[in-house]
Each structure stands twice: as C-alpha cells, then as structure tokens.
Write a protein that binds this ligand. Structure first.
Ligand code: NAD
Length: 409
C-alpha cells in the first residue's frame, strides 16, 4: 500500500445503531430511555400492518404513551409537516420515532425540530441553520435506500418552491437507528429499485465527491467531501449492492439479499452524511418536481451521465468501482474506470431504471430549466469533483435526455 498523504476523515453517527432481522423488537426498550411520551410518524400502509401493531404494543409495554401520526405522503410535502406539528405541538412529546421510508423518517426529523425550536420549517433550509439539539429521534427504515436513519439531512417538498428543499444539520442525526431487514420484505420490485438506485447514487456520489482539506471542518460545513472514513463506507456498500440489489429486485423473498441491501443503504447514509452528494442530486431536485418521479428513480436515471461528466476527475475511483463490482482487470486505468462506470450502468439497467430523461416524461424544452434550477443547489454543486456551471449541467441533461453514454475519455 502506498500512503501519499496523511489520512483525514470524519464520522457522524447515531448513538446506537442496531441492525438485523427481528431487531425491531428492541424499539420500546430504546424509546423508553428517552422519556415517557412518544410521537410515531408513519404512513397509512404501515399503520394498517400487523408489524406496526406489534411495535405499538411494545412501546406501550415499555411504559410509553404513544401518539401516532399516520398521514405521511411520499416525498414529504411541507403540508404534512405542518399538519403533524399542529396536532402534536402541545402533546408533551419526549421522543419522535419515524417508521417507514425516507419520507416518514424525514417527517420525524422535521417535527422533532419544530417541536424543539418552533416553525415555520423554511427558516431551517440549508446547512447548519438548526440552532441547537432537537428532541431525540429514533429512525426505523422500511426501505433499503435512503440511509436517512443515520444522516444529518431532512428532505422535503415545498409547494411554494420549484425545488425540493433540504435541512442539513448534525442535530438531525437520529439518536437511535433500528434497521430490521424484515420490514423491507414487503417492498414491491419497483420500490426495491427506486430505493436501491438511491443507495447506489449515494455511494457513487460520495465516493467520487470533491476532496477538501481538513480545514473544511473548521469552515463549519456539514458536507466536507470524500474522506478516508466515508470512502470505506462507500466501498463496503458498493460491494454489497453489486451482488445483492439485482437479487433483491428479482427475488423479493431472498432474505440474505434484503439484508445486504439494507446494510448497503445504511453504509450509503454514513458516506453521504459526511461526504455529501453532488450533480445527480442537484439535477434531481427540479427533475423530480417536474416529472413527479420517485427520488431514487430520478437520481438513478441521471447517474450514468453524471459519472461520465465526472470521469476525467475521478479515474482512480471509477477504476476501483470496477474492482468492487468484480469486473476482471483489463487495460489501463482509464479503461478500468470506464468498466466501472459501465458496471454501475448495468446494475441500474437490470433493476429497471429508465435509461433516459425522455422516458421519465421530461420534455426536451425543459432541459435548460432543469440545468438552471439544478445550479441553485449550491451545497451539491460545490461538492461535485468537476466544476459545474449551467452549460456543464446542460451538457449532462442533454446526454441524459438522448441516452448518450459514449466513452468519456
Ligand atoms: N434524509 C435523507 O438523508 C434522505 C436521503 C435520500 C432520500 N431522502 C428522501 O426520502 C424520500 C424517499 O424515501 P423512500 O424511497 O424510502 O420512499 P418513501 O418514504 O417516499 O415511500 C414511498 C412509498 O413506499 C411505501 N413503502 C415504504 N416502505 C414500504 C414497504 N416496506 N413495503 C411496501 N411499501 C413501502 C410508502 O408507503 C410510500 O407509498 C424522498 O423524499 C427523498 O428525497 C432522504
């Protein structure tokens, strides 16, 4: 091994992460450590399930008074946040539990924030606008994808804005994450694919993000760029997903694959929560608003084209992705890097992510608008390994519209 520079890394994480089939049975015991009154944020699908009834009984058996909010919508509209906050403002909540996909976990983060510091929610948009700790949050994911159970991010849809908005603060990292792959067994293939593509994009974008000097921490950034710790999570997660995601998609009952996908999503959360994501996420914010496609599908469509744009700045990383995907080593480093990019393309194709923006329903005359709005996500744009301006974003969106996957070198 050649050491070229002193290592620099940062890890931010929940106090406790429990992973494994059946581990949701620990929810009540953990929640009881944080008080006697719990708000559970979930959605109507989960609220009607026998698993949810068991979780409620367990919470009550551990002495908690439980308030259930079960009206979370996908992609988390701000109206859901406001309605939940209005209903719970004076309920004396001690701990907020998000059980569900990214939308339910992010609702728990947003409501924990507002119950502590008040509304309106938009005063916290951006990085480090949360003034101090918020109520304890416990996250229990039911998709293998977002990694929100360990991230400092809450993503929401504000109908007054043309983009999705993000609140990024280490105070939003849940205190406890309980990751039970059994809760993902009910995900249909389309959800396995969209959430899985989200995890792929978190891992690739954080592994290939900009690299900053250690002083980035002193600048007070939440997202400091790739580093030795985020890289180790990215390697781990990509290696797991390369094998497990197609199996979980094609054989939803394969328990080992479900477990590996959830573990990889968790690794993606650690990686992105410190390193940050980049161009694919910046462009997805307007794309999602225009096409109403699930977040993971949008980033999955964009990723092949963002990887090609970034390839000249991240040759070594893409060559390493080829090795992580088990591609036999052949040719020079650039050829290996192309093989890495094509291996990620093949994974996304195999789980049915559409190959072009055209197939997502975007019109060609909307490409400039997507590029212009994408540029407004400054934290994501700054995090890209190659500089981005509106022309560069237009180049990526044009390629993504036409399906132009030519050799980037
Ligand atoms: N906070 C973060 O760090 C972070 C990271 C990435 C994405 N996100 C956000 O997360 C959201 C997407 O989350 P998601 O992909 O998990 O989907 P989701 O939470 O939006 O849920 C999508 C649908 O899947 C259903 N669902 C959830 N779990 C299921 C299960 N086990 N079986 C059957 N159906 C199930 C839900 O009921 C819902 O109808 C987006 O708003 C995205 O922007 C947040």
């Amino acid at each position: 091994m050649t050491i070229t520079a002193p290592a620099f890394g940062v890890q931010r994480a929940p106090r406790t992460v429990v992973f494994g089939a059946g581990q949701r049975a620990l929810l009540g015991r953990h929640a009881a450590e944080y008080g006697s009154s719990a708000l559970v944020c979930t959605d109507q699908r989960l609220a009607a399930s026998p698993e949810f009834a068991q979780l409620l009984t367990d919470l009550e058996d551990n002495g908690l008074e439980v308030h259930v909010w079960s009206d979370t919508s996908p992609e988390l509209p701000t109206s859901d946040i406001d309605a939940c906050f209005d209903a719970m403002e004076y309920a004396g909540i001690d701990v907020v539990i998000g059980i569900g996909g990214g939308s339910c976990m992010d609702l728990a983060k947003a409501v924990a924030l507002m119950l502590t510091h008040g509304g309106p929610i938009d005063q916290y948009y951006g990085e480090n606008a949360v003034p101090s700790p918020v109520l304890p949050i416990i996250a229990v994911p039911t998709t293998g994808g977002t990694g929100s159970e360990v991230t400092p991010v809450c993503v929401l849809s504000d109908s007054r804005r043309e983009l999705k908005a993000g609140i990024s603060s280490p105070y939003l990292i849940p205190s406890v994450a309980i990751c039970d792959p059994e809760l993902t067994y009910s995900c249909p293939p389309s959800l396995t694919a969209s959430a899985g593509a989200d995890a792929v994009s978190h891992l690739v974008e954080s592994f290939t993000a900009i690299q900053r000097p250690p002083s980035a921490l002193a600048e007070g950034r939440v997202f400091i760029g790739k580093n030795v710790i985020s890289d180790s999570y990215a390697r781990w997660g990509l290696g797991l997903l390369a094998t497990a995601l197609p199996i979980a998609f094609e054989h939803p009952d394969d328990q080992e694959a479900r477990s590996a996908v959830m573990l990889a999503a968790n690794a993606g959360g650690y990686a992105l929560g410190v390193a940050g994501t980049a161009a694919a996420h910046a462009l997805q914010y307007p794309l999602g608003a225009l096409t109403h496609t699930p977040h993971g599908v949008g980033v999955g469509v964009l990723l092949p084209y963002v990887m090609r744009y970034n390839a000249p700045a991240r040759v070594e990383e893409f060559a390493e992705i080829a090795r992580l995907f088990g591609v036999p080593k052949a040719g020079n480093t650039q050829q290996q890097a192309l093989a890495g990019i094509e291996a990620v393309d093949a994974l996304l194709d195999r789980i049915g992510i559409p190959p072009t923006l055209k197939e997502l329903g975007l019109a060609e005359d909307q490409l400039e608008y997507v590029a212009e709005l994408g540029l407004r996500s400054a934290r994501l744009i700054d995090n890209n390994p190659r500089p981005l301006d509106v022309d560069a974003l237009l180049e990526i969106t044009r390629a993504a519209y036409a399906g132009d996957r030519t050799d980037p070198f």
